[in-house]
Structures are given as C-alpha cells and as structure tokens.
Design a binder for this molecule. Structure first.
Ligand code: OAD
Length: 247
C-alpha cells in the first residue's frame, strides 16, 4: 500500500504524536467491537449492559457479559496494528496513547505511555470500599464476584452515565491540546467526551489522521482518512515513515 508523501512527511520524529484508539484496533485480534454487525451480545446492546443501572438490577447478567469478554481477550494476542503503535512509542520521543479499550492489549504489545480512559476489565473494584485489585482468572469462579468484605465487585471500567477519571481526562485534554499530530484508529467516534478529541485537536492546529474500515462522523473533517483494516494500514504507514525518516 503506497501512502502519500505529504502524509508521511507529517510524521516527523520530533513531533508530538497522540494515538487515539477504539475497539477496531483489537478487531483483528478476534475481539468483537461494540457497534456494527458483531456488536450485539445475546440480544443486548452495549448501552443496556454497560450502565450502573444494569449492574444494580442484574449484576449477574452484567458479569456474565464481562466474563465472556474476558475469556475472548485472554485467548487473544496483539495484532500487527497494536505492534505498529508500540513501535511508534519507541520511535517518537513525544508520544502518548489514549485508548478507549479495556482489554489491555496495547500494554501487552509493548506500549507504556497509555491512558486507559475507560478503565481495564482485568481490574475489579469493590462497590463498598472502592478498593481495586487485579484478577486474571478466566472464567471467574463466582459470578457475580464478591470482595472479602462481602460487597459486590464490579469491573473497574467506566460505564454509560458515569464520569471518567478526572486525572485521565485532564491529562488527555492537555495532550490533545498541544499535540502536532493525532492518529485516530478504529473508533466509531460517537461516545463522548472522547469523540470530540479529534475536533479539538484539529481546532488547535494538529494534523489529524483517521484509520477505520468504515467512514465515521469525523471522517469528513480529518486531514487524511485511511480506509481499511488497522492491522494492514498501520504497519504500512510505519514502514513508510521509517523509510522516509531513516529510523
Ligand atoms: P465501536 O464498536 O463503537 O466502533 C468500532 C469501530 O472500529 C467502528 O468504527 C468500525 O468501523 C471500526 N473497525 C472495525 N474493525 C476495524 C479494523 N480491523 N480496523 C480499523 N477499524 C475497524 O467501538 P468504540 O468506538 O471503541 O465504552 O466504542 C467506544 C466506546 O463505546 C467503548 O470504549 C465502550 C463502548 O460502549 C464503554 O464501555 C464505556
């Protein structure tokens, strides 16, 4: 795949690069996305399951969904798209990754400078004490899982209707506010506040590139829209950046 020279020139190694990812980056690892054809679990939509209300009314159902996802993710491996992003972190001294994904695959691919803005499903939080612990058991021996204090544990993720972690949000706004280049990968760009990051970056003068299999609400405003699978486009992009910039 030959990408335009003008695009490759934007990836000058001294630039402040932010990569923003969504479920599409993990699709080629076999992890279903939330929306679109594979986006339904049983007959539920993500908006019906990933809410405090759903957890209050049926914690077992919500945990069955998370346990099912944990099972898929445990067997999955980072794909060439994740690996290309990990290599970008090593290549660009000013690099940050903001992910909406809770699967932990970016870390497994080798990224360290990550903001997991929607949390991580390998972490469990006590609804009473607020304590967080890691638990990698698949399947979980007890559904819903309980804390030693007797209260329920919940996934340490952000649900619809909940606020994002304030520090993560402030840090993300700061990164978006001063980046030179934003690479948006595999997100339907409909869940706020993350969905507004590309426009914010564009407004402050950053060059915005989108990689997605399908057009999204931001495709018409980005500087370059690369349509196709991230697992093919990102390695091709990285290869041409390395060739051009001699890294
Ligand atoms: P979605 O499932 O909404 O969107 C996935 C996007 O990835 C779509 O735009 C697809 O076209 C694209 N896509 C699929 N396969 C791809 C591939 N191989 N290469 C490139 N693009 C591909 O996922 P998100 O936008 O991440 O939040 O969803 C945002 C949030 O909604 C999630 O973090 C989650 C969900 O509810 C919470 O749970 C709070």
């Amino acid at each position: 795949m030959e990408l335009s020279g003008g695009l490759i020139k934007q990836f000058q190694p001294s630039k402040r690069v932010v990569v923003l990812t969504g479920a599409g980056i993990s699709a080629e690892s076999g992890i279903p996305t939330f929306r679109g054809e594979d986006g339904l679990w049983r007959r539920y939509r993500v908006e019906e399951l990933a809410t405090p209300y759903a957890f209050q009314t049926n914690p077992k159902l919500v945990w069955e969904w998370y346990d099912w996802r944990r099972g898929i993710i445990a067997k999955a491996e980072p794909n060439p798209g994740h690996l290309a992003i990990a290599e970008m972190e090593r290549m660009f001294p000013h690099f940050s990754l903001i992910t909406q994904n809770v699967d932990g695959l970016h870390r497994r691919a080798g990224n360290n400078k990550i903001i997991e803005i929607h949390g991580n499903l390998w972490q469990l939080r006590c609804v009473k004490e607020g304590t967080v612990k890691e638990d990698y058991r698949v399947p979980l021996p007890e559904i819903p899982p309980k804390c030693g204090c007797g209260a329920l544990l919940r996934p340490h993720v952000v649900w619809f209707g909940e606020s994002l972690n304030k520090e993560d949000l402030v840090f993300s706004y700061r990164l978006i506010g001063k980046c030179d280049l934003l690479l948006v990968v595999g997100t339907s760009a409909v869940v706020q506040p993350v969905a507004s990051f590309p426009l914010m970056a564009k407004r402050q003068g950053a060059f915005v590139v989108e990689v997605n299999k399908n057009p999204t609400p931001i495709s018409s405003m980005v500087d370059t829209f690369l349509r196709g699978p991230a697992g093919e486009i990102l390695p091709a992009l990285l290869g041409q950046i390395k060739e051009h910039w001699g890294k």
